[in-house]
Write a protein that binds this ligand. Structure first.
Ligand code: CO
Length: 203
């Protein structure tokens, strides 16, 4: 594992390469950020948002937490969504879960202690809401995969209930929410087709 000095050395090399390739790179980024997408994903180190969708700095507004949870009333997530919608006029919010999510796995096991247990409450709720389907599955791996998907769908719904999103739809601003899942095994993202848009909302 690289030590901290190596991380700083890596950074100098990266900054140098960026400037070499594009002398105005940092200058431009300082002026303004105009990303088209907000990414709400898991904090898992194996799911680096920009990298897996091939976007450069300045192109993706990112919020990450354990198990990509959009918890009602969470000021952190709601502030990100407010800024994304009101200030950046972002048109696409991508809620991205991933198979093999440890946070999702945790609610299929024994209760945890402390902050992580409280944080995962909404995921536990998803599990309970879909208990019949999940309990009918042959093994814990199948249940785990399915719950990762159901969690994305539930968090898409949670985003749709955030007042700033409602307000944007009310004003007929183009804003869509998408539910995607990332597979750690092959690096492929899949659209779960659980998204919502202003159009769907209006009907
Ligand atoms: Co995860």
């Amino acid at each position: 594992m690289p030590d901290l000095a190596e991380l700083l050395a890596n950074n100098r090399r990266w900054a140098g390469q960026q400037t070499q390739r594009d002398p105005q790179f940092f200058e431009r980024l300082c002026e303004i950020q105009m990303p088209d997408y907000l990414w709400i994903g898991c904090a898992d180190s194996r799911v680096p948002a920009n990298e897996i969708v091939g976007l450069a700095p300045g192109e993706l507004f990112v919020h990450r937490n354990v198990a990509n949870v959009v918890s009602p009333g969470d000021p952190n997530c709601e502030a990100v969504v407010q800024y994304a919608v009101e200030a950046l006029s972002i048109k696409h919010i991508i809620v991205c879960g991933h198979y093999g999510c440890g946070g999702v796995r945790a609610v299929l096991g024994e209760p945890l202690q402390g902050a992580i247990d409280r944080w995962l409450e909404p995921v536990r709720y998803v599990r309970l809401a879909h208990a019949a389907e999940l309990d009918s599955m042959p093994d814990v791996d199948a249940r785990w995969r399915r719950l990762c998907e159901l969690n994305v769908a539930a968090q898409v719904q949670s985003v749709s209930r955030i007042p700033y999103v409602r307000e944007a739809w009310h004003r007929s601003k183009p804003l869509a929410i998408h539910g995607w899942i990332y597979d750690l095994r092959d690096g492929v993202l899949r659209d779960l087709r659980v998204g919502m848009s202003a159009l769907a909302h209006a009907h």
